[in-house]
Design a protein around this ligand. Structure first.
Ligand code: SF4
Ligand code: MG
Length: 324
């Protein structure tokens, strides 16, 4: 019943108000049940926009977003209620998303109450939910400020799990945590996935973190997915020049967010013709100016949108410098 085994978000578009700025265009992907789809890209690439639309926190101004073939912005109130229960989220800032005056037992049981369970019954589930995320039962009586950052993120995870979601959207869930705590929360997420068969959309900019959790990785550039495939392939032997640059930058010590990629993102008001990456791509040529590359099957469920990826990977494509 419900959403079923895969999530697809085909052909939806989001346009800014007056200027018809494409923020996310024709993005489509599939998340196998019980697996993690990692979405990477620089900030401003549209990753969080996808998360917000999936959660119906933001609506497309044009087009629709389909999950399992159903347009989620044309649901009846009953369909919407069922959908909101199936798709839960954990965000970057656990403190901002937890009400400071609510006790932990109320926080983690809040979605159950929102979906009609009486308060006492909902709060009786709290100790179990806390245990699943590795918090002791007495944590139920505490308030958010009495928890560490990692514990608060565990609370946010417990709350998301309370309604037994089919998809958990994890938008940079460990980015705000200390490195040591980060590893614990990631291990918890991985362990929970194995025990409970959870399906994740994991949004991140740290490639090491994304690689740890993801089975499939999608790379976004300028509102489009430019490469998607098995995590190991995409993050170890990327095909798209943009992904190759991301991976090369991340192989240093600095996290991706701290490294500045050469060249500026193009202006959304004046997107380049042809390939959107050509203003920063060292392999760009006249074909890249004239034609927008479509997503092509590169084998083994690996897709890439680049005219010249074979030659780039083989090392036979001459570097021309960006075509501005
Ligand atoms: Fe785009 Fe051309 Fe560079 Fe491929 S080689 S990423 S098509 S600019
Ligand atoms: Mg973001």
């Amino acid at each position: 019943s419900g959403i079923g085994k895969t999530f697809t978000l085909p052909a939806q578009s989001l346009f800014g108000e007056a200027k018809r700025v494409a923020a996310v265009v024709d993005v489509s992907f599939r998340i196998p049940h019980g697996r993690t789809f990692g979405l990477v890209g620089e900030s401003g690439s549209g990753k969080s926009t996808i998360a917000k639309m999936l959660l119906k926190l933001e609506a497309p101004t044009e087009g629709d977003l389909r999950v399992e073939g159903q347009p989620i912005f044309r649901q009846s109130p009953a369909e919407e209620l069922a959908y909101r229960r199936k798709v839960q989220a954990v965000f970057q800032d656990p403190y901002g998303s937890l009400s400071p005056r609510m006790r932990a037992d109320r926080i983690v049981s809040e979605p159950l109450r929102a979906h009609g369970m009486p308060r006492r019954e909902a709060e009786a589930r709290a100790p179990d939910l806390l245990r699943i995320v590795g918090l002791p039962p007495e944590a139920a009586l505490k308030y958010p400020h009495e928890f560490s950052g990692g514990q608060r993120q565990r609370l946010a995870i417990a709350r998301a799990l309370s309604v037994d979601p089919q998809l958990l959207v994890l938008d940079e869930p460990v980015s705000a945590l200390d490195v040591s705590v980060r590893a614990q929360v990631l291990a918890l997420l991985r362990d929970m996935q194995q025990r409970l068969g959870l399906t994740y959309l994991f949004i991140g900019h740290d490639l090491a973190v994304v690689r740890y959790l993801s089975d499939i990785v999608g790379v976004m550039y300028f509102g489009r997915v430019v490469e998607v495939g098995p995590a190991r392939q995409v993050l170890r032997q990327p095909f798209h020049p943009y992904t190759r640059r991301l991976v090369a930058l991340a192989s240093g010590d600095a996290p991706l967010g701290a490294v500045r990629m050469q060249g500026e993102l193009p202006s959304p008001l004046n997107p380049p013709s042809g390939c959107l990456f050509r203003t920063r791509c060292t392999y760009a040529d006249t074909t890249c100016i004239d034609q927008r590359p479509e997503m092509r099957d590169a084998g083994s469920e690996h897709m890439v949108a680049c005219h010249h990826y074979e030659a780039v990977v083989a090392g036979t494509k001459a570097e021309t410098g960006p075509q501005l």
